[in-house]
Write a protein that binds this ligand. Structure first.
Ligand code: ZN
Length: 242
């Protein structure tokens, strides 16, 4: 069985369609979305519809949470807040009810835990950006694989049973007895200086976890952001992948 895990689409329909059309995504038997389908990009409602068609589970991201609870907007920087206020006005009442209904996490013990930010306290929206932040989370789950998004930077940490842990490269070979904390990167606004859309594909037979990168028409997504009157920085950063 192959399971695709994707996150942080951020209203970028061009990136999302390229990911959905990729051979790797088409090969997946299952798909789980870790949240932040909306915010920043020009197609929030269309992205919600496409993700709902594709993913068997969709989790709450901090951008969905802020749209559902506008009091949280004060925690966002100016670009994000401007985009979220615009986003909220684009969504239908049905879209709003849907994003308000999303859960923080989804567990499938003993193998999988899915969460947008971090497993220890998902509502705190902690960013897992390196070994130190990953180590602080490893004791808070027992599943073999914990998948997160939120930082838009792919990352994999391996934790053997002896209590050690280290960063490892993709593709990850999942060894029996070890646990893994994996950031699957971002579809619609990558921040690892690679502008291609990112998601993860796990093959349960070969126990191999791959990071997939997909090119998409960035200029089209940029044009839509400008045409919508959103902050131009949200367009330029897509080409830089940061
Ligand atoms: Zn995000």
């Amino acid at each position: 069985m192959r399971i695709a895990i994707f996150s942080d689409i951020h209203g970028n329909l061009e990136a999302l369609e390229a990911v959905l059309a990729s051979d790797e995504m088409k090969s997946a038997d299952r798909a789980v979305c870790l949240g932040d389908v909306i915010g920043y990009g020009a197609d929030p409602s269309a992205c919600l519809a496409r993700v709902r068609e594709k993913a068997e589970r969709v989790l709450l991201g901090n951008h969905e949470s802020a749209v559902a609870h506008p009091g949280e907007l004060e925690y966002f920087n100016g670009y994000a807040r401007t985009a979220l206020e615009w986003t909220r006005a684009q969504l239908s009442a049905e879209d709003l009810a849907y994003v308000s209904s999303l859960p923080f996490a989804y567990r499938e013990p003993p193998d999988f835990l899915f969460v947008h930010s971090a497993p220890r306290s998902p509502a705190d929206w902690t960013y897992i950006v390196g070994l130190d932040t990953a180590r602080a989370e490893l004791s808070s789950f027992g599943e073999t694989l914990c998948f997160v998004g939120h930082s838009h930077v792919p990352l994999a940490v391996e934790a053997p049973a002896d209590g050690t842990s280290q960063l490892i490269d993709f593709p990850v070979r999942v060894e029996p007895g070890n646990r893994y904390l994996v950031n699957v990167g971002g579809v619609g606004q990558p921040r690892d200086r690679d502008p291609r859309a990112a998601f993860a594909l796990y093959d349960t037979d070969s126990r191999t976890l791959s990071l997939v990168r997909v090119e998409y028409p960035i200029e089209r997504a940029q044009e839509k952001i400008i045409a919508a009157g959103l902050p131009p920085f949200l367009a330029t950063r897509l080409a830089a992948g940061r």
